[in-house]
Ligand binder design. Sequence first.
Ligand code: SAM
Ligand code: SF4
Ligand code: SF4
Length: 355
Amino acid sequence: MNIIPIRSAPPQIPQANLPLKGELQDVFGRQIRDLRISITDRCNFRCAYCMPNSVFNHGFKFLPHDALLSFEEIERLARLFVEFGVRKIRITGGEPLLRRNVEQLIEKLAALPDVEITLTTNGSRLKQMAETLKKAGLHRITVSLDALDESIFRQMAGVDFSVRDVLAGIDAAAAAGLEPVKVNMVVRRGTNDDQILPMVRHFRGSGHILRFIEFMDVGTANGWKLDEVLPSRDIIRLVDDEYPVEPVNPKHYGEVAKRWRYKDGGGEIGVISSVTQAFCSSCTRMRLSPEGGLFTCLFAQDGYSLRELLRHGGSDAEICAAIAGVWQKRSDRYSEIRTENTRRPGRVEMHYIGG
Ligand code: SAM
Ligand code: SF4
Ligand code: SF4
């Protein structure tokens, strides 16, 4: 993965078309609407599909603290993104709740106008932090949980942590008012597909929204194989056999999860079918890495670093020109052209860019 520094008037970024605020479209006419901000590359889990222990055998090292954008730098960028029309900001990582004083960042972001602030977490610290996050102004939360069975969960998460504690985190988030809580389950055929129905039975009627994610070929380390992907249409069929479901219209354009509801009123579930039903044509997401790199796709090999501009006196106008230049030259549609053989070396890692 390369991160190319953007200085003022960067040669590699085409001149942005003015006006620099408001409408911003990429090569395929997609507007920018969502910003995902990864605030750390560190994590206390070692999910084999994201950050397997093997990454450390290949010389991987976590970023030093001074390489990370400060909360003030993140807030400044977020404000400019909001001026470009971003309406949803997701804080992610690595594990975002490991970043010290994360609530101070949430407070800053929640003060921006007309933008929803959400966060994705593995839930390990949620029980203690839910109340603080809510008070800081967090609007919504997504918690990852791949199994209810303790041994399958431990196998997936790669650490000795208990399902019970993640469930307690989910309850604490709901009690703090961060509801509906979304629960993300990555499904790997042959590893945790037998957990689909137990998860459905557990979360039905709870008010939480369970979402099944197809196992993706992100990064370089997770040994992805197409036959480990359980297509979400099969997941819906499995659920429907036990609890009939019907589709629900999307709430807004570019929604990643397809929504379904139980016909008997037991609530909602979702499926994220990035492998079998790609949604690149409505992809409105920009990603900001912990050290200030802009990535226009989850499967990108290159990013563009704003950190030099931020730290060497770049004006808001220069930063806006850089953001606009990156978005306007965006032509990513990886999931639409994926095959078993599209893996390329040097792709950005999920625990770095955050999903
Ligand atoms: N650590 C936090 C967590 O796990 O929720 C936030 C970062 S994590 C990279 C964001 C989301 O990406 C999680 O829901 C995780 O399950 C998902 N994810 C990671 N690797 C994946 C993969 N190979 N395929 C599908 N989803 C993946
Ligand atoms: Fe950590 Fe989240 Fe990646 Fe699991 S998915 S290793 S919890 S960053
Ligand atoms: Fe967006 Fe890239 Fe995913 Fe397509 S593959 S939906 S362009 S992030």
